[in-house]
Design a protein around this ligand. Structure first.
Ligand code: FAD
Ligand code: SIN
Length: 532
């Protein structure tokens, strides 16, 4: 049994920002289910949105965020996050994140940084480190956390469930959270980790879908754990599909950043060469990504295509290589020279807009439990996230949760005596094949029935299947010792069910939720809130 002042589940932008804010005062444990840098943060390409350009304004960034969010954003939260953005970027620069500078070093931009442009933004607003911004941020945060004597970074520790009063030797139904049970990959044992406060920073649930740009570990563990611990989950129907994921038979989840379109990339029909985006939206390739993803989906379905083309080859080769060095190199290795030819692309799941309901301090419904980053529904994104607002949310809410803990340490629940994990009634599995089978089934029917364009009939088919799988997985979980794969599958069943139930309950098309049975917008914009 280990004990910390604060336990953070997740070592991406949200978790490490919280850790660095807490570290000067408290002992912090940060766990990751694999290596520390394996979350979505390290994969982020485009960058971080902030008002830094002369002529841009907080009002404009707020308006763009609210436009994308289709009426479901919380205005107070949006204003708060947008106004915190420049300071968050400055802190990252201080930590050593080498944001690209303007070519001429011009300082019309605060900090002299180069700003790129992405869909839905009415200004150049995205600071970046070429096309591998997330990796630079992850490295800087991780190095700072590793160097701090108060922070313990614990890789290969897979959280299974939150410890609540129900796990105390003196059973309580207070609903408070006191830490977690986690599977240690190194020892193969389940450990109990306790803390005064616990922060969920576990990222999204993209791997509920067959095609996703998200890393392998994005199985919605935090959302499922919070739900089982009694927290409300909100807006899970709003799954964001990125319009441009590389189409390649072997490389299935490589993102082609939106900044390629921001810097002039054009979407074309692969057979006719027709530039089709102006047929769908006046903003063409720079329309918000739900519109672009649906347009591509519609071209693909109408003409039976495998992909469409994204073409930036009309720009100077040196410009393309300088702005997109990683994409250029990666695709060259696959036989595609993006300076000379178009890139085959398809939409793929990319971001989970819904999640654990939190307030502006990152507080969840459970005393002692906070959440930050992609695992949450904070009110920032509404029905559709604006590009490059997500890392920003991690920085602002990671810090907010930490500050609230620091200010309210004495009010946090005391840690009771907790029962150790009980394995007395389970055996080693002799049927691992069940896990692979269920996992594959979920991801396929979620893609086909709960994807970019939905119908009630398809959602009901998905609901029927998830109910069957839920029983099967619960039975398996009852009889066999936990493994990382089983832990993830159990969570995938939970989040897939939450997505389907949320989608079924929304009788309108809004933002990312588009259904042929209810194509209109409802008069009133309401969040979906599921209560356990
Ligand atoms: P993550 O960075 O995903 O970290 C999750 C952490 O939780 C990991 O450490 C993981 O190991 C841990 N974890 C999960 N489950 C468990 C468990 N059961 N036990 C223990 N640990 C667990 N956003 C932008 O704003 N700009 C961009 O340019 C951008 N580009 C993107 C490109 C790609 C390819 C992808 C996939 C996303 C992109 N996004 C971008 C979105 C953004 O990267 C993510 O939303 C953000 O990084 C999420 O950070 P996070 O800290 O919430 O979680
Ligand atoms: C991208 O670089 O296109 C991703 C940006 C984002 O997801 O915010």
């Amino acid at each position: 049994m280990s004990q910390y002042d604060v336990l953070i589940i997740g070592s991406g932008a949200a978790g490490l920002t919280a850790a660095l804010t807490l570290a000067p005062t408290l002992k912090v444990g940060v766990i990751a289910k694999g290596r520390m840098s394996e979350g979505a943060t390290g994969w982020a390409q485009g960058g971080v949105a902030a008002v830094l350009e002369q002529g841009d304004s907080f009002e404009s960034h707020v308006r763009d965020t609210m436009d994308a969010g289709a009426g479901l954003n919380n205005l107070g939260v949006v204003e708060h996050v947008v106004s915190e953005a420049p300071a968050a970027i400055a802190r990252l620069a201080e930590l050593g994140v080498p944001f690209n500078l303007d070519d001429d070093g011009a300082s019309s931009v605060t900090g002299g940084w180069h700003l790129t442009r992405e869909g839905g933004h009415s200004h150049r607003r995205i600071v970046h480190v070429a096309d591998a911004t997330g990796w630079a941020i992850q490295q800087a945060l991780e190095q700072a956390a590793a160097a701090h004597p108060n922070v313990s970074l614990v890789p290969d520790m897979v959280a299974i469930d939150l410890v609540t009063g129900r796990h105390a030797t003196e059973f309580t139904t207070s609903g408070a959270v006191h830490g977690l049970y986690a599977f240690n990959r190194a020892t193969g044992r389940v450990e109990t980790l306790l803390a005064r406060a616990t922060i969920l920073a576990t990222g999204g649930a993209g791997r509920a879908y067959l095609y996703s740009t998200a890393p392998r570990g994005a199985t919605g563990d935090g959302i499922a754990m919070a739900w089982r611990a009694g927290c409300r989950i909100s807006n899970m129907e709003f799954m964001q599909f990125h319009p441009t994921c590389l189409y390649h038979l072997e490389v299935k989840n490589f993102l082609i950043t939106e900044a390629v379109r921001g810097e002039g990339g054009i979407l074309k029909h692969p057979v006719t060469g027709h530039r089709f985006m102006p047929d769908y939206d006046a903003r063409a390739e720079l329309a918000p990504r739900d519109i672009v993803a649906r347009a591509i989906d519609s071209e693909i379905k109408r003409d039976g295509l495998d992909y469409v083309h994204l073409d930036i080859s009309h720009r100077e080769p040196e410009f393309v290589k300088a702005h997109f060095p990683n994409i250029h190199e990666k695709l060259l290795g696959l036989g595609i020279d993006i300076t000379q030819e178009p890139i085959p692309v398809v939409p793929a799941q990319h971001y989970t807009c819904g999640g654990v309901l939190v307030d502006i301090d990152g507080k969840t419904d459970a005393p002692g439990l906070y959440a930050a980053g992609e695992v949450t529904q904070s009110g920032l994104h509404g029905a559709n996230r604006l590009a490059s607002n997500s890392l920003l949310e991690c920085f602002v809410f990671g810090e907010a949760a930490a500050r609230h803990i620091l200010a309210h340490l004495d009010d946090l629940p005391d840690i009771p005596d907790v029962q150790p994990w009980d394995e007395s009634r389970v055996a080693d599995s002799d049927e691992e094949v069940v896990i692979q089978q269920c996992w594959g089934e979920i991801r396929r029917f979620m893609w086909n029935f709960v994807g970019i364009v939905r119908t009630t009939k398809r959602l009901e088919r998905a609901k029927h299947r998830i109910d069957l799988l839920r029983q099967e997985v619960a039975d398996y979980y009852k009889h066999f010792r936990v493994t990382p794969d089983l832990i993830e599958l159990r969570n995938l069943v939970e989040v897939a069910d939450l997505i389907i139930c949320s989608a079924l309950s929304r009788h309108e098309s809004r933002g990312l939720h588009y259904t042929l049975d209810y194509p209109e917008l409802a008069a009133e914009a309401l969040d979906t809130v599921l209560v356990p």
